[in-house]
Write a protein that binds this ligand. Sequence first.
Ligand SMILES: Cc1ncc(COP(=O)(O)O)c(C=O)c1O
Length: 452
Amino acid sequence: MAITLDRNKLAQLLLQEEQLFHKNHPKSYELYQRARKSLHGGVPMLWMVRWAGSFPVFVKEARGAHLTDVDGNSYIDFCLGDTGAMTGHAPEATIKAVAEQMQRGATLMLPYEDVVWVGEELQRRFGLPYWQFALTATDANRFVLRMARMITKRPKILVFNYCYHGSVDEAFITLDEEGTPISRPNNMGPAVNPLETTKVIEFNDIAALETVLSARDVAAVLAEPVMTNIGIIHPDPGFHDVLREMTRKYGTYLIMDETHTICAGPGGYTALHGLEPDFLTLGKPLAGGVPAAVYGFTEEVSKAFADKVVMNDADVGGIGGTLAGNALSIAAMKATLENVLTEEFYVKAINLQNRFTAGVEEVIKEFELPWIVKSLGNRSEYWFSSKPPKNGGEAHAAIDPELDRYLHLCALNRGILMTPFHNMALICPETTEADVDHHTSIFREAIRPLFG
Ligand SMILES: Cc1ncc(COP(=O)(O)O)c(C=O)c1O
């Protein structure tokens, strides 16, 4: 029997949850009202209005996998700063390193010895020989795109439909329902129409890949090895082999953005599957929550880039930043790589992710819902469709914002934070089996009145 979603019931349940949220967060509400007088939208950054409540929860403190808000509510955090805090909040080793470094100078436009250890560790983990630093994954992506265009002298970038790589201008392009590239809906004030800079195809579409690359005007493919920003979309078997083969054949660089897929293992999906990108970018959890990002590249890229850089103008060429490679970020990165994002962490976190996924699958089965759960490393996501999407277009079509909002708010009202942009859960070092099981029971509790 096909399960149908009663939209009236959903709207009614959502209203009840909104009222409950309001009732349980009076201090957050008060702070929000005050914040609205000095902060645009009452938040320091636009996306914070995307949480399911009608105003954001103001945090008192966060430690490990948990946080408490100003009203005294406590939460198990599966959002973890949308991967920025995949290390758990306030990891001890990182705090110590940051506190010590702060006393020895935070930003100097000169290196300390620690940065060499970090470079060597990145080399060891990801297999690329040369590294540079930035403050955000967005910047790391921007910089490697510049390098790729500079070296190849080609104007275009290729991305996959519904990708997200940070606020990188070139990547705000999608395919419409007829498969025609368009500027991504609600792209805010683009400097240049992305149709002029970028080509876009569906993930896993090998025929389109060859057609696009064979024009030999694409400097680089910018890709996540597994798409994570429109749900989790795995590559078809053999897709990465073909992607690498074709990019080499047509003289296009291959950039792997591991900012989210670092959830797959200590060397990301790249090391786990022996991929051979020309560039690799990574940010978010790398420094335990302190802003830091890196980009690595091959010997060939390093030489070609060095040949083209005019050193006297290196500081005004569009790559780099005053605070990039600052001592505080480096100290945090060293401590985090050495003590937090370890092999042991991944083993434990991936086991717990399996438990999380099994719990959600059990509830889906119990209520005979046409939904699935997809996972990668310590990341798990439920999805309102009975088969895994093969590409961004299919994934986008399965989004149900109303249902998302209801499930998020139910969870939030019962002490569980899920990433506000999708139904994604991440596991950090301090997440426990009890935390995971609590999510399963809350998920069941949210589903029952809707489908029971
Ligand atoms: C794959 C990927 N790359 C890059 C970024 C940009 O990260 P940031 O916003 O920290 O610059 C994101 C952000 O979500 C991302 O998901």
